[in-house]
Ligand binder design. Structure first.
Ligand code: IMP
Length: 205
């Protein structure tokens, strides 16, 4: 029997290849030897409706669905932008804030319009991410990561996705769309949540 076949298999409940690669890089850097499989290997598992009121709820809904359907320990994440002047919204509605799922430009234009009269000192915001781990025997854990910053008035930068062109992290003069991918991973909400997952996986896998 080969050594590779003895590695623990961990499912990442996403079809987003960027997230799979990012979690893979972080787990390797943390010294965890797992075989990461992604949701595209299980096309029969239906898309889970993100009906939760928090990022943690949604991440748990997705991780539970995949752990139950596949019998594999599963990780799922959920993330979004929380704007203080909008009482934490778009929050879990970030991907569909303008009404249509995944229309990044319309979503960020709507946030800019909503903040048009908000003065600079009240344009604080954060990106937040919850990462949930669910074992098929029902053991569950959720960890979170946050990146604090502010909403600029005019979009800048071609990198990233979603709200990156209007988000400037604290202590930086660039938007997160003006950062390189590795630079953003190092400070991002998702990077922080995935790194916080490493000790959980070490204990529970
Ligand atoms: P999901 O966690 O992939 O479902 O992301 C939800 C939504 O939050 C995305 O569609 C984006 O609008 C927003 N979002 C999450 N993370 C980021 C980020 O790192 N940059 C910009 N937007 C983000």
């Amino acid at each position: 029997m080969s050594v590779a076949s003895e590695r623990v298999r961990l499912l990442l409940a996403t079809r987003n290849q960027h997230k799979v690669e990012e979690l893979g890089r972080i787990l390797t850097a943390e010294g965890l030897d797992v075989e990461l499989v992604d949701a595209s290997e299980f096309p029969a598992v239906p898309t889970v409706a993100e009906t939760g009121t928090t990022f943690a709820d949604n991440a748990l809904l997705k991780a539970r669905a995949f752990a139950e359907a596949t019998g594999l320990p599963s990780v799922a994440d959920d993330s979004g932008l929380c704007v203080d002047a909008l009482n934490g919204m778009p929050g879990v509605l970030s991907a569909r804030w303008s009404g249509r799922h995944g229309n990044d430009e319309a979503n960020l234009e709507l946030v800019l319009d909503q903040l048009a009269d908000v003065p600079d000192d009240r344009r604080t915001a954060s990106f937040a991410c919850a990462a949930a781990f669910v074992r098929p025997d029902g053991v569950e854990r959720v960890v979170e990561g946050r990146l604090r910053g502010r909403i600029v008035r005019v979009p800048r930068g071609d990198g990233g996705f979603g709200y990156d062109p209007i988000f400037q992290s604290d202590g930086d003069t660039r938007t997160t769309a003006e950062m390189g991918p590795e630079e953003k991973d190092a400070i991002s909400h998702r990077g922080k949540a995935f790194r916080a997952l490493a000790p959980v996986l070490r204990e529970l896998l």
